[in-house]
Every structure is written in structure tokens, then in C-alpha cells.
Design a protein around this ligand. Structure first.
Ligand code: COA
Length: 180
């Protein structure tokens, strides 16, 4: 990490982090180079039912980000902008992986701006090697016994074990002949 002075602004990086991936970690590391403090805010009451409890998601993020000294991890519920005000933070960080993220992010940024004009959304474009990553894809690959070592840190992988069922990785041959 560089020793250059950072702006004295605190930023919030919100998400489900179900689980945190190397793509998320890269965004936090880069934001931490610019902002004085980066608060990784783990959403508690997500509409899409999370696979991991909020306690586990917090622990995964804390361990994964232990080396990023100016990153904090905490849980939040309700409106993001209310959480931001409670933390005196005026910057939301979001990662952009591909054009497909844009529409959703654009809508969310405008909604947050409507709710709280004092808060700005900053986007960080993902490193190309993480542009295909998502938490669901990682869980899916893991459950079928695929190698996720380049996608999440070891501490996250260890916590995933025992909490997610692993399906037998067998190829089932289909013996039925088509059009019989
Ligand atoms: N690397 C890897 N994966 C990434 C990524 C990156 N850089 N950026 C996004 N993703 C993936 C996530 O893994 C996740 O994948 P999944 O759908 O397979 O689980 C997906 O992109 C989106 O996840 P996330 O960034 O966590 O967004 P979200 O939609 O779960 O949560 C909140 C967005 C929390 C910011 C938003 O719902 C919120 O603010 N909620 C509070 C209520 C509120 O204030 N509403 C008004 C604003 S609209």
C-alpha cells in the first residue's frame, strides 16, 4: 500500500457479500488508497435470501480484509442513505464489472441521490480478471467441486466448507436415445 496522504473522506462500500470475493476485495483495496476510511457495509435484510448468515458474512469480510488497515466491516439494515448519515459518510463506492451492471447501478445511484442529495456515488471499474465473478457463481462452482482458489481467499473458502452442501461431482451419462 502507498504512503501517500489520502483524502480525509470516509466512504461506504455496501453489498450483500454472500460471500465476499476477490473482486470485492480488489475494489476495497483500491478505494482504501483514495479514502481515509472504507466502511464495508454488509446488508442484513436482503430481499434475495442470503446463503450465509450476516454473522458469517461479516466474519468472512473481516478476515479477508484484515490486511487493509483503513477498512472496517459492519452490518446495516434499512436504507443505505440513513446508514451513511449515521456514519457521517458522503461517498458510496460501487464496483462496475460490465455494461450489464450499469443500468441497475444507474437506477440505484439516482434513487440514492433523490433520497439524499448530499451523498455521491463513486464507481470503480473492476480489474478485467474479476469481471466474470459474482458471489452466486462462486457458490455454484464450489458446490460442484470446482476450484475457486482464484476467486475467494482461503479464509472464505474454509468458512464456506461445512456451511454449503457439496454435490457429488459425477457426470451422469444419459442413456436414453433421442427420438426413440
Ligand atoms: N466483484 C465480484 N462480484 C461483484 C462485484 C465485484 N466487483 N460487484 C458486484 N458483484 C456481484 C455480487 O457478488 C452480487 O452477486 P450475486 O447476485 O451473484 O450475489 C451482485 O454483483 C450484486 O451484489 P451486491 O453488489 O452485493 O449488490 P446487492 O444488489 O446485493 O446490494 C445494496 C446492493 C446493498 C447496495 C442495495 O440493495 C441497498 O442499498 N440496499 C439497502 C436499501 C436501500 O437503501 N434501497 C434504496 C437504494 S436502491
Amino acid at each position: 500500500m502507498s504512503s501517500k496522504p489520502k483524502s480525509n473522506v470516509s466512504a461506504v462500500y455496501p453489498g450483500s457479500f454472500d460471500p465476499i470475493t476477490n473482486g470485492h476485495i480488489c475494489i476495497v483495496q483500491r478505494a482504501a488508497e483514495v479514502f481515509e476510511e472504507v466502511i464495508v457495509a454488509v446488508l442484513m435484510n436482503v430481499q434475495k435470501k442470503p446463503t450465509f448468515s450476516v454473522e458469517v458474512r461479516l466474519r468472512m469480510a473481516e478476515e479477508a480484509l484484515a490486511d487493509v488497515k483503513n477498512a472496517r466491516v459492519c452490518a446495516f439494515s434499512g436504507l443505505l442513505v440513513n446508514f451513511m448519515h449515521s456514519r457521517n459518510s458522503k461517498v458510496i463506492i460501487r464496483g462496475l464489472r460490465a455494461m450489464s451492471d450499469f443500468e441497475y447501478e444507474f437506477q440505484m445511484a439516482l434513487m440514492n441521490r433523490q433520497l439524499a442529495p448530499d451523498i455521491e456515488t463513486f464507481f470503480i471499474v473492476t480489474e478485467p480478471q474479476y469481471s466474470y465473478l459474482s458471489s452466486s457463481a462462486v457458490k455454484n462452482v464450489f458446490q460442484f467441486g470446482g476450484d475457486i482458489s482464484s476467486m475467494v481467499p482461503e479464509c472464505v473458502r474454509n468458512m464456506m466448507r461445512g456451511k454449503l452442501p457439496e454435490y457429488p461431482n459425477k457426470t451422469i451419462e444419459n442413456k436414453t436415445k433421442p427420438f426413440e
